[in-house]
Design a protein around this ligand. Structure first.
Ligand code: HEC
Length: 260
């Protein structure tokens, strides 16, 4: 090998190393984004009960007398979620925790004797309809197809389909069974009308997930704990419906990704 070709080979080698160094963070980032969600590190039960953990991946309590695989009664589940939230509130005295979607003030967690708000049969939280403010584009002016002309009936059908999809998500959000939960806990027990879920702040870095999370990642993480179910496949119709419901509850709130 001539001196010149050695120099060339060395230069090429250096360039390759430099390229690899520049590329490495991107590869790491891509791997991080695709990595499966971490598993909740739930502490061991000390009294033979079941330990339930909050969505924060920190706050937990042991439900004494509950055996693994056993479900709590609705009343007991409400009690346990209240206790967990009271604990969380003590640790986060300055955090606002809304007890209703429309409530912008910080509210203490109500005493266990208060009405639970977890009853789906009550029409307390009506699913918002697309109607309000939804203006269909002028007929015949659809993007990409200036000849298409949709009828009022088409718009009604779309609206119905969308509202039904959101209503389906509401049903699942309020049902431990539909969520695949094993201990009787459903999302609404801590998130009445999907309050405090802040879908408009996604994507954002979530410390408990150790990565930039999408809303669906957070939904799945909360299904695992405190609901104690199995995370849904990203295309599972139930996960899609949950996402639709949670987002629909924040209609009109400006998107603000990354906000904490
Ligand atoms: C026992 C009470 C409880 C239950 C039940 C619960 N959560 Fe949460 N959830 C919390 C708390 C507390 C936080 C805030 C965690 C933190 O500090 O990061 C939270 C956070 C979240 C967030 C992130 C909010 C944000 O500001 O980014 C989402 C989304 C969420 N929960 C969805 C759900 C869904 C969906 C379910 C049902 C599958 C559920 N939660 C069940 C208590 C609960």
């Amino acid at each position: 090998m001539t001196r010149r070709s050695i120099a060339l080979v060395t230069a090429a080698g250096c360039a390759a190393i430099l390229a690899a160094v520049a590329y490495a963070p991107q590869v790491l980032r891509a791997q991080q984004a695709q990595a499966p969600l971490p598993i909740h590190q739930v502490p061991q039960a000390k009294d033979g009960g079941v330990v339930v953990m909050l969505c924060d991946g920190k706050t937990s309590m042991e439900v004494k007398g509950l055996k693994t695989g056993e479900s709590m009664s609705h009343a007991q589940a409400v009690e346990v979620t209240r206790e967990l939230m009271a604990q969380w509130q003590r640790e986060h005295p300055n955090e606002k925790w809304q007890m209703a979607q429309t409530d912008e003030s910080s509210q203490p967690v109500p005493a266990p004797s208060a009405a639970s708000g977890a009853d789906v049969s009550k029409p307390s939280s009506t699913v918002p309809s697309m109607e309000a403010g939804a203006k269909p584009p002028a007929k015949g002016m659809q993007q990409g197809d200036t000849y298409a002309s949709f009828t009022d009936r088409d718009y009604k059908v779309w609206k119905n389909e969308t509202d039904n999809f959101v209503a389906e998500g509401k049903r699942i959000f309020h049902s431990d069974k539909e969520l695949g939960g094993t201990i009787g806990v459903s999302c609404d027990m801590c998130h009445p009308d999907a309050s405090n879920t802040h879908p408009e702040t996604y994507p954002k870095y979530q410390v408990q997930l150790q990565k930039v999370a999408l809303l669906r990642d957070m939904i799945n993480w909360c299904i695992e704990n405190p609901v104690k179910g199995k995370a849904f496949d990203p295309n599972d119709p139930k996960l899609r419906a949950l996402e639709a419901y949670i987002l629909a509850q924040r209609k009109g709130v400006p998107l603000n990704y990354g906000k904490h």
